[in-house]
Write a protein that binds this ligand. Structure first.
Ligand code: 5GP
Ligand code: ZN
Length: 114
């Protein structure tokens, strides 16, 4: 989508610190990190968000989680623990309407909010 920030990052039209790539997804550093590791994983194909997922997106949704897990494993984040989350809808803090999960790690994460 031409006016989508993450589609433009995927297309290389807007710069980002890309730390992960596979056939279906990319991961790049969040511009306002909330933890020492804060990577956004996004599918290359535009989907608005979790709330608009359909059966046709089953594989893409799985690949997105797998991308986050693969990156976390490669960075040795498992021992200390890390968080994978998605904000769904403006009321929950979603600001970019291209499906993404946040990977947060590299510091002690307390319960739910933190
Ligand atoms: P959301 O609030 O939709 O769950 O997450 C969107 C995230 O995108 C936010 O954490 C925000 O800091 C990040 N973000 C917004 N604009 C940019 C940008 O231009 N580049 C990068 N790398 N991250 C961005
Ligand atoms: Zn998009």
């Amino acid at each position: 989508m031409a006016d989508c920030l993450f589609c433009n990052i995927i297309a290389g039209k807007i710069p980002a610190s890309v730390v992960y790539r596979d056939a279906d997804c990319i991961g790049f550093d969040d511009i306002h990190p909330a933890a020492p590791v804060h990577v956004l994983f996004v599918p290359k194909r535009h989907i608005d968000g979790v709330s608009t997922l359909t059966e046709a997106d089953r594989e893409t949704a799985g690949q997105l989680l797998l991308a986050a897990a693969t990156y976390a494993r490669s960075k040795g984040l498992e021992a200390a623990g890390y968080r994978v989350l998605a904000n769904v809808g403006a009321g929950a803090g979603q600001t970019v309407f291209h499906l993404h999960v946040h990977l947060l790690g590299g510091k002690h994460l307390r319960g739910r909010g933190d």
